[in-house]
Design a protein around this ligand. Structure first.
Ligand code: ADP
Ligand code: MG
Length: 345
């Protein structure tokens, strides 16, 4: 009997998902879109689609309780799920929350976690409708599933970008990643000398970007109000470059973005420089900003060009998978999708 062993790290997260999904096809006519977008799309009545997405957060991989307060963790776990529904141009409606807990957690700790979950349910207008609770041998695991709803003619996939569309991004990028660097640094300082108080004051903005991200449901509403239907959309969980590759691959197009158009907050910029990191690399490859990346047809540009939180960073072209950045000096740099690889050793 011959046994082969292939390392998951060789495939990476996206390779693994492709590998898992290759033998599965959709059998039910109610399954409109399965694996491969921010949420699955299911038929639900005459006018609407039901959206369904799930995300898992694992202690030691996605968060460190040394610096992540439990109520922020609860809020974030909901927000990242709502963000996937927003990325389909939908409105989140229900969540289920599944927990694996070690005996390290007290009722008070669970209360703190649910305080955050409750706050997020209030702020996004979502109902907690169930879940599952079990023991964990080590570490906290939170898995949340979310349902949402979108009008059939309003759903936005990763696959709809067309040549000459304008590429837009909300908010600013790289902040959550630099916030994480600050939290990691202060943790090391604390471990070396527990009498040291963390110096977080001047980094409040980026630490907040890491600890309490918001789903951009406001932008979904603004676009609808402006009468703009994005041609494609994705939320930025892994990093701008990685998400541009997803849109490029699914839409069979290429992208060109301009370095000087990528929105970076001054604090993110200064902190990157302090850490000897290139701020643009942080914006391109730092994840967890949970901003929206979308494309619009040129005809719609006028309707949103003055929106204070939407930035036009480039355009779509027809050369599939040719993804380029025009640097500040005018040179053309191929984009690299690094994303996060939790499986790398
Ligand atoms: P996102 O970053 O938007 O949460 P992911 O990159 O996690 O999306 O997932 C991409 C697609 O792959 C989604 O359609 C998701 O449902 C699907 N997917 C992820 N993991 C699995 C899995 N273990 N089995 C089946 N489908 C999966
Ligand atoms: Mg997503």
């Amino acid at each position: 009997m011959s046994e082969t062993r292939s390392e998951i790290s060789q495939l990476g997260e996206f390779g693994l998902i492709d590998h898992i999904s290759r033998d599965f096809s959709l059998k039910n006519t109610s399954s409109i879109k399965g694996i491969g977008d921010d949420a699955a799309v299911l038929s639900a009545g005459q006018d609407d689609f039901l959206l369904l997405s799930t995300d898992m957060l694992v202690e030691g991989i996605h968060f460190d309780l040394a610096y992540m307060p439990l109520h922020h963790l609860g809020y974030k776990a909901v927000a990242v799920n709502v963000s996937d529904i927003a990325a389909m141009n939908g409105k989140a409606e229900q969540i289920t929350v599944s927990l694996a807990l070690t005996n390290r957690f007290s009722v008070e700790a669970v209360d703190a976690l649910y305080k955050g979950i409750h706050a997020a349910c209030e702020s996004y207008g979502v109902d907690l409708i169930g879940g599952d609770t079990t023991a964990s041998p080590s570490g906290l695991v939170i898995s949340i599933s979310v349902t949402g709803r979108v009008q059939k003619d309003k759903v936005v996939y990763r696959s709809g970008a067309k040549p000459n569309d304008i590429i837009c991004v909300t908010g600013d990028l790289g902040g959550a990643f630099m916030g994480l660097q600050i939290l990691e640094r202060e943790k090391q300082v604390y471990l070396a000398d527990p009498n040291m108080q963390p110096a977080l004051d001047s980094f409040e903005y980026i630490v907040g970007r890491q600890l309490k991200p918001e789903a951009r449901t406001d932008v979904v509403s603004d676009l609808a109000e402006a009468g703009v239907q994005p041609t494609s959309m994705i939320d930025i969980s892994d990093g701008l470059a990685s998400e541009l590759f997803h849109i490029g691959k699914n839409s069979n197009v290429g992208v060109r973005i301009f370095e000087d158009k990528i929105p970076i907050d001054q604090i993110t910029f200064n902190t990157a420089v302090e850490f000897n990191l290139d701020p643009i690399t942080c914006a391109l490859n730092g994840g967890e900003d949970y901003e929206l990346l979308f494309t619009i047809s040129q005809a719609d540009l006028e309707k949103i060009k003055n929106h204070p939180d939407i930035h036009m960073i480039g355009y779509v072209h027809d050369k599939a998978n040719q993804h380029l950045m025009i640097s500040k000096q005018g040179s053309i740099v191929p984009l690299q999708a690094q994303g996060w690889n939790h499986f790398a050793s």
